[in-house]
Write a protein that binds this ligand. Structure first.
Ligand code: NAD
Length: 478
């Protein structure tokens, strides 16, 4: 079945002789669909179309844009189960997780529609500036940035597409979307919701293909006003080198720390980490990866965590009972298996898990991991956590900051002073007290510092990031 994966001028296009890419289930290997691979000429057409679409959309009043987005949200709600099946089938997360992700689609679009109607500017108190009187009036006016390129990864193929596309459209921009080639079917289904809701031609385009060619062409094109990228730090860094002068938002990788203090509720910590380290087979930028535990409670905590991790069911993502499905490819599963074997060969202790069955890896805990080992320092993106011992709470904070990344962090403690110290001292974009970093509300500002990225997402923040605030000064003769 050919799924039309090239959207130009509001029409799905299948050029004669186009290369097709088979999208396969990482669990069964079954072909789920074939998408048209775009050529560089298609990127050029998509951007030309977006330039025209941006002019149409910026002249569309916010209430009309909002009405179309609300209709797209309604349609997404009605297609939620279909969307969940597509997510689970093409990227291997369990259907229960996929249903959770799909159920947020309509809500993200609705939140965006709301925020797009709430862009209040400010009046400027110019007369407070020495030398300026009452002859001038100043204020700011919101304008769309123009053409937004949205490039997304495979791991949350609905959520991360919508966190870019919906706020961009709400703010009046045209968008060219390039989803991950390993999971494009969800993006195509979402785009269809906007088309069915009546989005004018050219306002949203979609190209499929390898990031190395298409992504590079999109990012470096002068017609693009903003690049919104979510993916690995290596690609994010490359984008900073080739983008030229345009707005950039980069949501990148991480190796997130979680501190378990001697003042923690160990049951709560173990429960939360048994989710945060393993959801989506650990393929989450905010996965709990580096578990830093105070020595005094380490044995008790690890015993509790082991029990919970061993209860995680791994298997066919489409089975209702499955908690954790596959990794995205067998090569990724082998990489994770080897990383676990490597750290154990270097002296760490395999508490549980780590065995591989094709694209699945049994949820693992590895203790006695040195804080500087690559197993802790490099983003794992797999279903395993490392346990590192801290001699006391101060040491735990130092270990938490011992990382090139700074996306999310979690701290388990019921000591108020320890919470306050963590909030003040941990270098991360988001800090959770008494939960792991693997938690996100779609309206909250979300994003990393250091090698984890530039800027924040979250619907209100993104609408603002995708808006230019023009300053207007009126000079009068009175
Ligand atoms: P990836 O970087 O390999 O690919 C992401 C996207 O970038 C894909 O669409 C890919 O085709 C495209 N791409 C590849 N090379 C490119 C180039 N040279 N120019 C432009 N685009 C290019 O990432 P992935 O494997 O799909 O996803 C996993 C990574 O994403 C992890 O590092 C994870 O931490 C990160 N991630 C971050 C967040 C966040 O919010 N910070 C969220 C999800 C995933």
């Amino acid at each position: 079945m050919v799924t039309p994966g090239l959207l130009l001028e509001g029409t799905w296009t299948h050029p004669a002789g186009a290369t097709l890419h088979a999208v396969r289930s990482p669990f069964s290997g079954e072909t789920l669909g074939e998408v048209v691979i775009s050529e560089l000429a298609d990127v050029d057409s998509a951007l030309a179309s977006a330039v025209k679409g941006a002019q149409v959309w910026r002249r569309t009043p916010a209430h009309q844009r909002s009405a179309i987005l609300l209709e797209a949200a309604r349609i997404a709600d009605t297609r939620s189960e279909e969307l969940a099946q597509t997510i689970s089938s093409e990227m291997g997360k369990s259907i229960r997780e996929a249903r959770g992700e799909a159920s947020r689609a309509g809500e993200i679009i609705r939140l965006s529609a709301f925020e797009g109607s709430q862009r209040y500017g400010e009046s400027l108190p110019l007369d407070a500036n020495l030398g300026t009187g009452f002859d001038k009036l100043g204020f700011t006016v919101p304008e769309p940035v123009g053409v937004v390129v949205a490039i997304t990864p495979f791991n949350y193929p609905s959520l991360l597409v919508l966190h870019k596309v919906a706020p961009a459209l709400a703010a009046g921009n045209a968008v060219v979307l390039k989803p991950a080639l390993s999971a494009p079917l969800t993006a195509i289904a979402l785009v269809q919701c906007f088309l069915d809701a009546g989005l004018p031609p050219g306002v949203l385009g979609l190209v499929n293909g390898p990031g190395s060619t298409l992504g590079t062409a999109l990012v470096s094109d002068a017609r693009v006003n903003k690049v919104s990228f979510t993916g690995s730090t290596a690609v994010g860094e490359r984008i900073t080198q080739i983008a030229g002068i345009k707005k950039l938002s980069l949501e990148l990788g991480a190796s997130s720390p979680v501190i378990v203090s001697k003042n923690a509720d160990l049951e709560q910590a173990a429960h939360s980490i048994s989710l945060g380290g393993y959801v989506n087979a650990g393929q989450v930028c905010i996965a709990a990866q580096r578990i830093i535990v105070e020595r005094a409670i380490e044995d008790d905590f690890v015993a509790l965590l082991k029990e919970k991790v061993e209860a995680i069911t791994v298997g066919n993502p489409l089975d209702d009972d499955t908690m954790v499905g596959t990794l995205i490819t067998e090569a990724e599963a082998i990489r994770v298996e080897k990383a676990i074997e490597g750290v154990v060969a270097d002296g760490a202790n395999l508490v549980t898990g780590g065995q591989r069955d094709r694209t699945m890896v049994a949820p693992a805990i590895i203790s006695n991991v040195s804080a500087d080992h690559s197993f802790a320092q490099t983003e794992l993106f797999g279903p395993a956590v490392s346990i590192t011992t801290a001699k006391d709470y101060q040491h735990a904070l130092e270990l938490a900051n011992n990382s090139p990344y700074g996306l999310g962090a979690g701290v388990f403690t019921h000591d108020h002073d320890e919470s306050t110290q963590a909030i003040r001292e941990i270098d991360a974009g988001v800090v959770h007290i008494n939960w792991t970093p693997l938690w996100r509300a779609d309206l909250m500002p979300y994003g990393g510092i250091k090698s984890s990225g530039i800027g924040k997402e979250g619907v209100r923040t993104t609408v603002n990031e995708m808006t230019n605030w023009k300053t207007v000064i009126m000079h009068s003769r009175v």
